[in-house]
Design a protein around this ligand. Sequence first.
Ligand SMILES: Cc1cc2nc3c(=O)[nH]c(=O)nc-3n(C[C@H](O)[C@H](O)[C@H](O)COP(=O)(O)OP(=O)(O)OC[C@H]3O[C@@H](n4cnc5c(N)ncnc54)[C@H](O)[C@@H]3O)c2cc1C
Length: 505
Amino acid sequence: MAHKETDVLIIGGGVTGTALARELSRYEVSVMLMEKEVDLAFGTSKANSGIVHSGIHDRPGTLKARLCVEGNRMYPQMAQELDFLYQNNGAVVVARQEDEIPALKRLMEQGQQNGVTGVRLIGRGELLALEPHLAPDLAAALVMPSGGIVIPFDLVYALAENAAANGVEIVLGTQVTDIQEEDGAFTVQATHIAGRTPRAAQAAQTIQAAQTAQTTVLPVETVRARYIVNAAGLHAGTVASMIGDDSISIHPRKGEEYLLDRRLAGFVRHTVFPLPTPVSKGILIIPTVEGNIMLGPTACATDSFDDYGTTAVGWREVFDYVRQLAPELKASDLITAFAGLRAASNHEDFIIGPSAVSQRFIHAAGMESPGLTAAPAAARLVCEHLQEAGLDLKPKKVFDPIRRVIRIRDLSASEQAQLMQQDAAYSKIVCRCEYVSEGEIRDAIRRGATTLDGVKLRTRSGMGRCQGGFCTPKIIGILSRELGLPPEKITKRGPGSPLLAGRLR
Ligand SMILES: Cc1cc2nc3c(=O)[nH]c(=O)nc-3n(C[C@H](O)[C@H](O)[C@H](O)COP(=O)(O)OP(=O)(O)OC[C@H]3O[C@@H](n4cnc5c(N)ncnc54)[C@H](O)[C@@H]3O)c2cc1C
């Protein structure tokens, strides 16, 4: 039986867990992050709106308000260090009629109380000058210059790779199932739910050793951890109950999102919000960093923890609503849809702090929106709680904050030519819609992708207009070659999601 020891065990490999892993990797402590899925960012952190919120929407005095504003301010430097795609595009909240203007003013005051800077109220003329494709009869708007956008999974991989490069051990496909506290430490039982063949394991070890990343590929059944952080998203209540803490219950709230063709790049520059509803920030028009337009999300309570289906009703609700804000939008530009589940909890705020059962068990739970924005600030707060609980956080002598990836579509023609000359794999374009080369797909696998979705999320291959129609077989071939697995063993997103049924002959 494998038996490991760590100072801090983080349960959950979404943005909350990986931001914390990176923050802790600055210090002289051993850190292990355990994720039940075969890859990071396969939970809520994969399927959301990708907005770096300004902090205007949250009730003053809440953790949501404070950490959103703090997190928002951390993004520009983080993006520079970690090379993830981030744009400070700003946001507007629009009033459709004159009688909504008082609500806009209240929202502005709330934002100012939260410390959001630069917010201003503008009239119809200025709004249309900023965003000419919006409906000509909108009454007014608030402009929030600090709003931004990211690709959420791109951020998670950047955080995790940098954390791993600074010594954090990342254990995938391994679900925490039981926790016992004894003698000043926790004994954690975890079940390895996603196997890899020895060849794949060996390949991953060799590659990751070369990158100084340490991804454990052998089953870990027992871990002794001095401290635990519960960043298990939708399952944070279940994880808390493993130490007898029944204070958290999660009630998923589903949000459907609809992605339009890149033909519409530049249709809006700012993220466009309506006035918020009691349960959400409303249905938005979101420009993505990659130039698509995204519409959504809906907000609908569900009993299911894995209901990721989109519905005709959801599409109608979203499309009918956004057409009131921007009548030129066309249904024929829809290329794909997805849904995410917000980890709404029985608390109105984020739940960040020690469990009442054990001071050394810290919750980072109930991370519904703006959890993506708040993640880097939440990570710092969790570190403060860990210190209060007795963990000595001594800065490392050497911490490398920099992480880089190659994206050939972002390079100049001469840079591309130079790279292609050095390594011919960058000259073989596999995904024509998104202009992704074999070299980038190979790199993504060497950085940790083991499934079709893992490659897609790291490189954008298969995310364009044809939605993988041309490139999927080629990517399966590259995964098969790099991982040393037969093609029929390559999955979409881990066990239970086969892509090929077998060989015809
Ligand atoms: C539709 C929608 C739109 C949103 N838009 C925005 C936005 O624009 N801006 C913003 O700031 N926020 C937004 N959010 C919120 C944001 O997505 C979340 O706050 C954030 O992704 C939460 O990250 P997390 O790491 O806490 O949870 P997750 O990403 O769900 O990660 C938790 C991880 O824990 C793992 N896990 C669970 N149980 C175990 C176990 N027993 N053992 C091991 N691993 C386990 C899960 O597999 C999962 O990967 C949105 C959310 C939704 C649903």
